[in-house]
Design a protein around this ligand. Structure first.
Ligand SMILES: NC(=O)c1ccc[n+]([C@@H]2O[C@H](COP(=O)([O-])OP(=O)(O)OC[C@H]3O[C@@H](n4cnc5c(N)ncnc54)[C@H](O)[C@@H]3O)[C@@H](O)[C@H]2O)c1
Ligand SMILES: [Zn+2]
Length: 354
């Protein structure tokens, strides 16, 4: 088992990664929660697949109850949160009650938000079950829910007390979701670590075959990069924005496609290729860098071309993006693989090469 630490002073916490790591959940509950009272939040899909096994593991350390929500991003909203609060009242959850968020990024974001707000904050453990959640959303303390007018509009920063990652969960993740997680993995290599990017180029076959050692390695390297960035910029005042590489165009593609047809990781994959093109066109990096990114994403099976909405349409949704600062957007470019930089650009400058 591998351990990574997120260093945030009194809010520091460890991440445990391993095949079969879920067996250490009972020990972690004792170690990281202030009392033996806790609840498990999950969704119907994961409950169906994993509740029997996890119940067996927790035979001597039973939760107050399981709170099972419906599956899907469309349930990541204040109504679901209100329903969870009601269940917490019924279960007599108090300030010393812990919450375990067992699921993908949707369950993790909702669980984190409930933990941030229930009785003004209770401790929670993330047990992420998709690759995206394992390499991204479970670490960093961003929690929240969507409104009908936009994604993640209501939220709070609230760090978990522990993140427990078991690669066995990945065996049942739908292929398309798995590839979406890989999109974020590639992102970490591009923004921060050329040797990691090279590892991905060499070992992509093993990774796509769910070789556990390869998976543990890439999750570990990804989270080390994320943990390092979050430790130095918990609330996204600077450095943390490097994690948005590929996301400016990615978010625009998601918005324009109405979120349904194109998944987040697929939109980010296209956005990353485009960011490389922008970097090349502005003289920051050679064409070879664009080619390496394009080829790796292609090999993985991720889409690499942006849909041909008009430049105007792209510009309009980018300007509405909440990350715009005055006239300029903190666009992320690269000088090479592993060397990302913040480029303050206007939407006209960003969309010029589409
Ligand atoms: N907080 C952050 O920093 C952060 C970062 C990135 C993304 N996010 C959020 O994460 C969410 C997306 O997360 P996601 O991609 O994990 O989506 P998700 O949680 O919707 O999971 C995708 C699908 O896989 C299913 N699933 C999960 N684990 C499974 C397993 N082991 N086996 C079979 N099926 C499984 C889920 O039920 C769901 O149907 C978005 O809401 C996004 O805003 C948050
Ligand atoms: Zn992302």
């Amino acid at each position: 088992m591998k351990t990574i630490r997120v260093s945030l002073g009194p809010r520091s916490y460890p991440i445990t990664i391993g095949k079969g790591a879920i067996r250490s959940l009972p020990g972690g509950l004792k170690k990281f929660f202030p009392s033996d009272r806790y609840v498990i939040l999950t969704n119907r899909t994961i409950a169906r697949l994993y509740r029997p096994r996890i119940r067996r593991i927790l035979k001597t350390t039973k939760p107050l109850g399981w709170i099972v929500i419906p599956d899907g991003e469309r349930h990541k909203n204040p109504k679901t949160v209100a329903g969870i609060y009601e269940r917490l009242v019924q279960l007599k959850a108090d300030r010393k009650t812990g919450l375990v968020a067992l699921g993908g990024g949707v369950v993790g974001d909702i669980g984190g938000f409930v933990a941030a707000t229930w009785l003004r904050g209770i401790p929670y453990i993330q047990v992420p079950t998709t690759l995206l959640a394992q390499v991204d959303s479970s670490v960093g303390g961003k929690t929240g829910v969507d409104l009908s007018s936009g994604k993640n509009l209501v939220g709070a920063f609230h760090q978990p007390v522990w993140v427990l990652i078991d690669t066995n969960f990945l065996r049942t993740v739908p292929r398309r979701e798995f590839l979406c997680g890989l999109s974020e993995v590639v992102k970490y290599g591009i923004i921060r670590d050329e040797s990691f990017f090279r590892f991905l180029e060499k070992n992509i076959g093993k990774i796509l075959n769910l070789d556990h050692n390869a998976l543990i390695h890439i999750i570990g390297r990804s989270l080390k990069i994320k943990a390092d960035i979050v430790s130095r910029d918990e609330r996204e005042s600077g450095l943390r924005s490097l994690l948005n590489f590929g996301h400016t165009l990615g978010h625009a593609i998601e918005t324009l496609s109405g979120y349904r047809r194109i998944h987040h990781g697929e939109a980010v994959s296209r956005g990353m290729v485009y960011s490389a093109v922008v970097s090349y066109e502005r003289g920051l990096c050679p064409m070879g860098v664009v080619d390496r990114i394009y080829n790796l994403l292609r090999k993985i099976g991720l889409p690499v071309r942006w849909p041909d909405y008009s430049k105007k349409a792209y510009a309009r949704v980018m300007a509405a993006d909440k990350k715009a600062v005055g006239e300029k957007i903190r666009y992320i470019g690269i000088r090479g693989i592993g060397r990302s930089v913040v480029l303050p650009l206007t939407v006209e400058e960003i969309t010029r090469y589409l």
